[in-house]
Design a protein around this ligand. Structure first.
Ligand code: ZN
Length: 200
């Protein structure tokens, strides 16, 4: 509750004004002090994080190739097209199995955004990539899997820290999230209007 300012709310039971101090906010409730009321107002802390925090981050996570964990691919903020083409933000090697490469030139898209409510980065995976010329989505030839489940076309799915993405059925990559340190996060906290939630 850094930077908390004393504020007035209306009691949810009697409707009269009560003062919320930092200690009440930290406890998450306040007892109405008006005679004959005494209702416990549950406080919902309302805040989010300023998305400008992403400008100062040291990284945005990475993919690690599981057949050779020395091979890592850093991610950028925003859209990361993954594939063997040099037009991809994440250009992977043409990994060959029995003389064939199963990864498409533009195979999947991993989009990194900032979730201002949790204060952490969010990673969303989709098969294929948008073709810059036609502006239509082209799907991979051999599919994208998350935790061994094939993504359906047009499906967009959240990838948790440490989960494994498989491209083309054989090449596996572990996603490592970039975790924003709590100390840094605190300095980007924005307190919003403080509203009582309900009474008990
Ligand atoms: Zn009251």
């Amino acid at each position: 509750m850094s930077g908390f300012k004393t504020t007035l709310i209306n009691c949810q039971q009697c409707g009269r004004r009560i003062m919320v101090r930092a200690a009440d906010a930290e406890r998450g409730s306040i007892t109405c002090s008006h005679v004959g009321c005494g209702a416990v107002n549950v406080l919902q802390s309302a805040f989010h994080y300023d998305e400008n925090i992403v400008l100062g981050l040291a990284g945005f996570g990475q993919l690690t190739y599981l057949d050779n964990t020395k091979t890592t691919y850093p991610l950028r903020f925003g859209v990361n097209v993954i594939g063997t083409s040099d037009s991809c933000a994440v250009q992977v090697s043409r990994f060959v199995h029995n003389g064939r490469c199963f990864i498409s030139r533009r195979h999947s898209t991993l989009t990194v955004t900032f979730d201002k409510w949790t204060g952490q980065l969010r990673y969303q995976l989709q098969d294929g990539a948008v073709d810059s010329t036609t502006q239509t989505r082209q799907y991979s030839l051999n599919g994208t899997l998350l935790k061994d489940t094939l993504l359906q076309k047009t499906e967009i799915i959240d990838v948790a820290d440490g989960e494994v993405i498989t491209l083309g059925g054989l090449d596996r990559f572990r996603l490592t999230h970039y975790s924003i340190a709590p100390a840094m996060l605190n300095t980007y906290k924005v307190e919003l209007a403080f509203n009582p939630d309900r009474t008990q």
